[in-house]
Ligand binder design. Structure first.
Ligand code: NAP
Ligand code: ZN
Ligand code: ZN
Length: 346
């Protein structure tokens, strides 16, 4: 065990503060990672404030981790000291169920082990990336391609894969009209990835404040959902709508924007349930579905895809003492477009 510095929420809703946590000794198949950068995902805020319930405190959030390998276990074959690596939302799964065997570890029948706010196989709490070091099994560690800067790569480990996976699954590409709802951390990656896949991309944002950025990142069109005319103008337009919104939405209104056979895929994880009038699905054979992060191989494919297309995330680099302030800005939809903590300031 090694004691390392970290930022933690001591209890639900309490501000994050500097502390220390124990990392396990490097096991046979583990790598020790010197964390360089950690992204702030809205899921960190939901969990640190116990919005989803059953949070384990003290909690060290952070599942968008980029760093460098500084030690490897005797059985490690995938990585060597000095390699640039990333860790996303999960650090383990059962490895035996149909989903794990199919590369869908995020949907492990026994539940994957979250990078933080979870218990590992020994029953010990996991602590995330707002920290200087982490020990992770090589199987759940990703390689960050040379072309990507580590700070801009960190958010890909959650925001990137969470948008890439559904866009690929629902066949976003040439000839497809894709709408991305919400221009935040996930949304801005959704725009970049859908554009790189060749789809015609529309942003549906609460306002036109971020329009210029959206168009620069690859959107073809940009509409404000606060303008009721938007819903009339765009009725029956989209093949795929990807909602990244962190609060409950009127899904009925968004379903009306789909073509026949269109799909509304929700990745946002609001703290309250929503209700949907099922007639909005019946008229037009539409589907409403969800998607969670992505599998390990798929996450590697996404990193390689982003490197090939020459983009990471748009980030605002902050020091660890600014985490609480950054949380408030995320809650106010005032992030352009991902806060990333410089781990050297922890
Ligand atoms: P974020 O940076 O806060 O982005 C969310 C965006 O949604 C905001 O920037 C805002 O965009 C829009 N929005 C916020 N409140 C809204 C409201 N009341 N009505 C309409 N639009 C609103 O958050 P994020 O990190 O991208 O995460 C988004 C959600 O996805 C969170 O709930 C998070 O927990 C969840 N998530 C899920 C997965 C998964 O695997 N499914 C993975 C990661 C995150 P505009 O200003 O453009 O309107
Ligand atoms: Zn996340
Ligand atoms: Zn499994």
């Amino acid at each position: 065990m090694t004691t390392v510095a970290a930022y933690a929420a001591p209890s639900a809703k309490a501000p994050l503060e500097r502390t220390t946590v124990e990392r396990r000794a490097v096991g046979e198949f583990d790598v020790l990672i010197d964390i360089k950068f950690a992204g702030i995902c809205h899921s960190d805020i939901h969990q640190a404030r116990d919005g989803w319930g059953e949070g384990i405190f003290p909690m060290v959030p952070g599942h968008e981790i980029a760093g460098v390998v500084t030690e490897t276990g005797s059985g490690v074959t995938k990585f060597a000291v000095g390699d640039r690596v990333g860790v996303g939302c999960m650090v383990d799964s059962c490895r035996e169920c149909d989903n794990c065997k199919a590369g869908l570890e995020q949907y492990c029948a026994k539940g994957n082990t979250g990078t933080y706010n979870a218990l590992d196989k020994n029953g010990d709490p996991t602590y995330g990336g707002y920290s200087t070091h982490i020990v992770v099994d090589e199987k759940y560690t990703l390689r960050i391609p040379d072309g990507l800067a580590l700070d801009e790569a960190a958010p890909l480990l959650c925001a990137g894969i969470t948008t890439y996976s559904p866009l690929k699954h629902w066949n976003a590409g040439p000839g497809k009209k894709v709408a991305v709802v919400g221009m935040g951390g996930l949304g801005h990656m959704g725009v970049k990835i859908a554009h790189a896949l060749g789809a015609e991309v529309t942003v549906l944002s609460q306002s036109l404040r971020k329009q210029e950025d959206g168009l620069k990142l690859g959107a073809d069109h940009y509409y404000a959902t606060s303008d009721p005319k938007t819903f009339e103008t765009l009725r029956g337009t989209f093949d795929i709508i990807l909602s990244t919104v962190s609060a409950p939405l009127d899904f009925g209104a968004y379903l009306s924007l789909l073509k026949t056979d269109g799909a509304l895929v929700n990745v946002g994880a609001p703290e309250e349930p929503i209700s949907v009038n099922l007639f909005s699905l019946i008229g037009g054979r539409k589907s409403l579905s969800g998607s969670g992060i992505g599998g390990i191989q798929e996450t590697q494919d996404m990193l390689d895809f982003c490197a090939e297309h020459g983009f990471g995330a748009e980030i605002e680099l902050i020091g660890a003492s600014e985490i609480n302030e950054a949380y408030e800005r995320v809650l106010n939809s005032d992030v352009r477009y991902r806060f990333v903590i410089d781990a050297a300031t922890i």
